[in-house]
Ligand binder design. Structure first.
Ligand code: FAD
Length: 361
């Protein structure tokens, strides 16, 4: 199997400029189980632990954040099916996700961003079918997806329903010129009277919205957190190479103490993000009660470190990194978005404060 490094090569900048990863490459990677590596081997996945999957996600994130974003969506779809679906639904759907079909997950709506309790998408039972109506926004990888996991309101709570994108009534509308992760296939999804078999509802019944959303987002948060570690590693490599190689005032940039300080900050950011992700990964693998808060912490720390670290890397490279397609320029745009998705900085801080306030003193 050709490594991810070779498959991506030096193409990430071009994908970023054109806004497209070749769909056939995504399908090939999907069919090799690379896009949702935690899916058990019995369903055609790699069965990786959270920690091992995290290391792989960081590797992908260092190569190309758009590809890593597609991987996050695929993994989150698989995780949601595995956690909420019946054994029959897992057996039917997961081998498709490890066999080349691509998936995305839609929560956000025009009136429901941070506040997902405000979702208005409905999943209405009608005999042995369900009918889905709504509008999902900014769905990563929807442009490439064969299947969408859509979260909406059902008669007895919130549900996740699996919607093939080819179903009549589904319209996927690409988002033009996103700030970053430009090849991740972000799209708005319009669902107008989409009729599906009733067994498209994962688990067949509703759950409290907060429980459903937290379950699905937990995977996405871990994946984004590790993706940010990858961004930081790519930035650190670019900044150290440049600072060691370029001379100004008769000495390498790295010998100017203020530049060395930037390198130290980047190294610190990469180490801090790595350690919080490793801690959260261990919590997942051990089934620790700290898993939820460790995941939010990992996502928040990694995203903020990546956004700051990418800005530092651009500073060190200066004009050399100030053009579209350069690793650090891409990282600068991509990392900013990581502070918004899967729980914005503000929402993460609220959750961390709530945890700290409720913890025994
Ligand atoms: P708003 O909710 O309007 O928030 C605006 C600002 O106010 C933010 O800074 C927010 O943190 C802050 N804020 C809001 N409420 C509070 C509060 N109570 N206290 C303090 N601050 C608050 N959605 C999907 O469903 N699937 C996807 O795959 C997906 N991928 C995405 C990829 C990208 C690159 C982006 C940019 C978005 C994606 N989204 C996706 C949508 C994303 O989840 C939302 O953008 C995010 O939840 C924030 O919602 P919003 O943009 O509507 O901002």
């Amino acid at each position: 199997m050709t490594s991810l490094t070779l498959r991506v090569g030096d193409l990430a900048g071009e994908w970023d400029r054109t806004g497209l990863i070749p769909p056939e490459l995504l399908r090939d990677l999907g069919a090799e189980g690379r896009l949702c590596a935690e899916v058990p081997e019995s369903y055609g996945g790699w069965g990786l632990s959270s920690l091992s999957s995290g290391a792989y996600t960081a590797h992908a994130g260092g190569l190309c954040s758009s590809l890593r974003s597609v991987m996050t969506s695929q993994g989150m779809a698989a995780w949601t099916i595995q956690r909420l679906g019946t054994a029959e639904q897992s057996a039917g759907l997961l081998p498709r996700l490890t066999g080349g079909a691509l998936a995305a997950v839609g929560f956000s709506e025009p009136g429901a961003g941070s506040d997902l309790a405000a979702m208005t998408t409905t999943v209405r039972r009608d005999g042995d079918t369900v009918v889905v109506d709504g509008h999902k926004k900014w769905v990563t990888a929807a442009h490439y997806a064969d299947l969408l996991v859509v979260v909406g309101r059902h008669e007895d709570g919130a549900v996740a329903v699996v919607v093939p994108t080819g179903t009549p009534g589904v319209r996927v509308e690409r988002i033009a010129d996103p700030l970053g992760c430009r090849a991740a296939g972000h799209a708005d999804v319009h669902l107008d009277g989409v009729r599906l078999p009733a067994d498209s509802v994962l688990g067949g019944h509703g759950l409290p919205t907060a429980l459903l959303v937290t379950t699905a987002l937990a995977y996405g948060r871990m994946s984004v957190a590790w993706g940010c570690v990858g961004i930081l590693r790519a930035c650190l490599a670019a900044a150290t190479a440049h600072a060691a190689g370029r001379e100004q005032f008769g000495r390498p940039l790295a010998e100017h103490q203020l530049v060395a300080g930037h390198i130290a900050d980047l190294y610190t950011a990469e180490q801090v993000a790595t350690r919080v992700c490793e801690y959260a990964g261990r919590c997942w693998d051990e089934g620790s009660p700290d898993q939820v808060v460790a995941t939010v912490l990992a996502k928040h720390v990694s995203a903020t470190q990546a956004a700051a670290g990418a800005a530092t890397a651009v500073q060190v490279l200066a004009s050399a990194g100030s053009r579209d397609g350069h690793t650090v320029a891409r990282a600068y745009r991509d990392a900013k978005l990581m502070e918004i998705i899967e729980g914005s900085n503000e929402l993460c801080r609220l959750m961390l404060a709530q945890h700290a306030l409720s913890a025994p003193g």
